[in-house]
Design a protein around this ligand. Structure first.
Ligand SMILES: Cc1cc2nc3c(=O)[nH]c(=O)nc-3n(C[C@H](O)[C@H](O)[C@H](O)COP(=O)(O)OP(=O)(O)OC[C@H]3O[C@@H](n4cnc5c(N)ncnc54)[C@H](O)[C@@H]3O)c2cc1C
Length: 314
């Protein structure tokens, strides 16, 4: 299904680039939109346009777009959207959103298989209804399962690496392959995966008591509401925690809570969050990030590293 309403706007790289883009998305069953502002697809509500945004209808459709993009030498980028800062000129090539890959299946031995587009909150709810424990630590993480594997999403209480049993990937040439979780190296907010797109994940959980899990999740969510600015758009934590310290504590100690550039503001509730107070541009956010890093370095000697992913063109 192709939405061509906006196609006249695209045209970067000329007619040949445009032809290759069209070939790469030809014949897909899922939704195809040209020149889509990505702010609508990110939790930060920031970001310029994707040349094309594709929402594959199923795994076969995903395979097809990956294969066709490789044939046409068009770059692809997969987005869940909750840990991203997309620059103001957007992303060239094809941006893939896996929002329609949202099947979950229970398998023997307390295993769940989730397609990559399943949201973590949905997956946690499903696991609890099946009395399967092991994901409660992730309560409040808004990303997709695929994005959470790639980022090795985690909290003080657990990480994806604790539960990933195996991963199904679509390789850059469009083959579907499965990898054992033990063959994947996980680090702090990263996973060393083979190149390609995560299409689905097997999670090893354990039998649990539903009421206890429900209570745990409720407590974590309350804690998040009390300590994080969840009513304003953000991309979660901006910086990685330095070893044995917390980036939020350091930014706060540097006196930067409430610091603002345009509509981008260091949250006064949690200093490792930058919130969008309305119409922040990526440039606003980046200017604020540079200021935080500079002042923190001058005051403490700590070089803060980005946790959120910066993508696209300035
Ligand atoms: C309010 C809030 C709270 C948060 N709390 C936490 C927290 O406690 N802990 C934590 O770790 N994170 C947290 N996050 C950040 C975020 O939810 C996680 O990093 C999550 O893992 C990102 O998933 P995503 O699907 O949104 O991926 P994105 O942010 O869109 O992408 C992250 C990276 O993964 C890649 N990617 C995404 N999906 C795929 C795929 N299927 N195949 C291949 N590559 C893919 C992208 O290309 C990108 O490089 C929070 C965010 C918000 C807004």
């Amino acid at each position: 299904m192709v939405d061509r309403k906006r196609t006249s706007v695209t045209g970067r790289g000329g007619k040949e680039a445009r032809r290759r883009l069209e070939e790469a998305v030809a014949g897909l069953k899922g939704r195809v939109q040209f020149d889509v502002p990505l702010r609508a697809y990110t939790s930060f509500r920031v970001g310029g346009p994707a040349d094309v945004l594709v929402e594959p209808a199923d795994v076969n459709d995903l395979v097809r777009v990956v294969r066709q993009a490789a044939e046409q030498k068009v770059p692809i980028f997969v987005l869940g959207g909750t840990n991203l800062l997309v620059r103001d000129k957007g992303i060239r090539g094809i941006v893939i959103s896996l929002g329609r890959l949202r099947a979950i299946k229970e398998e023997p031995g307390s295993v769940l298989y989730a397609e990559a587009g399943v949201g973590m909150p949905t997956l946690i709810g499903y696991a609890i209804r099946r009395s399967l424990k092991g994901l409660e630590w992730a309560a409040g993480i808004p990303g997709t399962v695929g994005g959470c594997v790639v980022m090795n999403a985690g909290t003080k209480l657990g990480e994806m690496k604790d539960v990933v049993k195996a991963v199904r990937m679509v390789t850059p040439m469009g083959a579907v392959k499965e990898y054992d979780g033990r063959a994947i190296t996980f680090g702090y907010r990263r996973a060393k995966l083979p190149a390609g797109v995560v299409a689905g994940v097997w999670l090893q959980l354990a039998p649990g008591v539903r009421q206890e899990m429900e209570q745990t999740v409720k407590d974590y969510l309350r804690y998040r509401r009390e300590t994080q600015p969840l009513t304003l758009p953000s991309a979660g934590c901006v910086f990685k925690n330095p070893p044995h310290d917390s980036a939020g504590r350091i930014v706060e100690a540097a006196g930067l809570k409430g610091a603002r550039v345009g509509d981008a503001e260091v949250s006064s509730k949690h200093a490792n969050f930058i919130v969008n107070r309305g119409h922040a541009s990526a440039k606003d956010v980046l200017t604020l990030i540079r200021r935080i890093r500079r002042e923190v370095f001058q005051k403490t000697g700590v070089k803060l590293e980005l946790e959120l992913k910066l993508v696209g063109q300035a």
